[in-house]
Design a protein around this ligand. Structure first.
Ligand code: ADP
Length: 415
């Protein structure tokens, strides 16, 4: 054999040994890499710790690293969306519940826990909903597999709720239940309806009188000048009452719409009471009433719109005059309290029934129509709005037959 052949055999043998060694090393790296992937998949090692660019396995290890980065990105997107959804569900005022096909609550947001009065998860949906109409709506949705909407007033709190049951498209037989509190919306609707009906009622009376007076004049009273004059005077009184009502309504709607801006200036409480008393003196005298002011001269100044507060006092004194029999007494008082300066208009009049006390500040409310003395029922609503826009509060105390005291406070420190 020539030396050439020997060299070839030697080279071949060396190549064989080299590739055998290389193959074993590669197999070892592959085994180590798959063990690392398996550990990561089993959750025993962080996926982020997987090596990339493994010698001899560059393609696959880099592909796994890229896959890992992509799934990391998707996971963090999902996580931030989940957190956002959780925050929305937490902050929602509507109750959200998810129930399984057996009607066990699987998920409840904080509003649902409040609605169900305690832990809702794990309880049956009937226990959480409590009201038969709402439970029936949920059952209807279970049977039909369709969305159901139902509303009901819950007896103890008179809370008015709307229930929406939506079949859960991700869980066969499961349901998504939404409970919305519509109490406020319904109350506003009632207020609006009452307002319109009260207004029409209030307008009807003077309009009917005007019509009757005009008809009497047309049908002959015109020929009797003294009677005609009386009728005309009466018509003027009715027109005045209508104009006053329109003016008060406009005033009230302007205040409610926030269109009235207060021009605050420092005022001494005594100054405010004295100037109002001077304005109302004659009216009180005519009604046979004594009007006195009782206010320490050294009370601290308040920053208020003096003309608006005088309007509050005038409205209160006007009522006190109207509802106090001759010989009675009206007092205008002020004193310093923890809440600020507390003003009071006190009378020795007929008083207000206890049941009516909380309602007299509502629009058009008159505690007794027969003795309301032709008022509009708007004066106290206006007073309440004006006091509240100064940051204070207004209320009344009264004993029927003995008199009433209307209080309002004005805080000393206002913006
Ligand atoms: P009105 O124009 O009818 O006086 P208000 O809003 O000023 O309207 O008052 C509402 C109702 O509250 C009155 O109709 C009356 O029944 C009652 N009221 C208010 N002030 C007094 C008072 N000082 N004494 C007795 N009842 C009062």
């Amino acid at each position: 054999m020539s030396w050439f052949l020997w060299v070839a055999i030697a080279l071949l043998a060396a190549t064989l040994v080299w590739s055998l060694l290389r193959h074993r090393a590669l197999r070892r790296r592959l085994e180590q890499y798959s063990a690392a992937v398996r550990r990561a998949a089993d959750g025993n090692a962080p996926v982020s710790g997987l090596p990339s660019d493994v010698a001899g396995l560059e393609d696959i290890s880099n592909a796994v690293a890229a896959l890992n980065a992509a799934s990391d990105f998707q996971l963090s997107t999902l996580e931030s969306e989940r957190a956002r959804l959780a925050a929305v569900l937490d902050q929602m005022t509507d109750a959200v519940l998810i129930a399984d096909p057996e009607g066990r609550v699987q998920f409840a947001n904080p509003a649902a826990e409040r609605f169900g009065r305690g832990q809702a998860i794990g309880r049956s949906i009937s226990e959480v909903l409590r009201h038969h109409q709402l439970i029936q709506a949920w059952q209807r949705s279970q049977e039909s597999g369709e969305m159901q909407i139902e509303s009901a007033e819950l007896p103890p709190t008179r809370q008015f709720v709307q229930l929406i049951v939506i079949p859960d498209q991700y869980a066969q037989g499961g349901t998504l239940v939404l409970v919305q509190d519509l109490t406020r919306v319904r109350r506003l609707e009632t207020v609006r309806r009452d307002f319109v009906s009260n207004l029409s009622h209030e307008l009807r009376t003077p309009l009917a009188s005007l019509r009757a007076l005009a008809e009497t004049l047309r049908d002959g009273a015109l020929e009797d000048p003294p009677a005609a004059r009386r009728f005309l005077d009466q018509m003027l009184i009715e027109v005045d009452a209508l104009s006053q009502m329109v003016a008060e309504l406009l005033e009230l709607s302007r205040i409610e719409a926030g269109e009235v801006t207060l021009e605050r200036k420092p005022v001494m409480p005594l100054e405010l009471l004295s100037s109002t008393a001077a304005r109302m003196e004659i009216q009180a005298q005519r009604a046979g009433l004594a009007l006195r002011v009782d206010c320490p001269p050294d009370l601290p100044q308040i920053r208020v719109d003096a003309s608006r507060l005088e309007q509050v006092l005038v409205n209160l004194i006007h009522n006190a005059v109207k509802f106090t029999r001759p010989g009675g007494e009206l007092s205008l008082l002020a004193e310093a309290t923890a809440e600020g300066i507390r003003f009071a208009v006190k009378d020795t009049g007929i008083g207000i029934p206890l049941d009516d006390l909380p309602r007299i500040f509502e629009r058009f409310y008159k505690s007794d129509r027969s003795r309301s003395g032709g008022g509009t029922g708007l004066g106290l609503s206006i007073a309440r709005h004006l006091v509240e826009s100064h940051g204070g509060r207004i209320w009344a105390e009264s004993v029927e037959g003995q008199g009433s005291t209307f209080y309002f406070t004005i805080p000393l420190h206002q913006s």
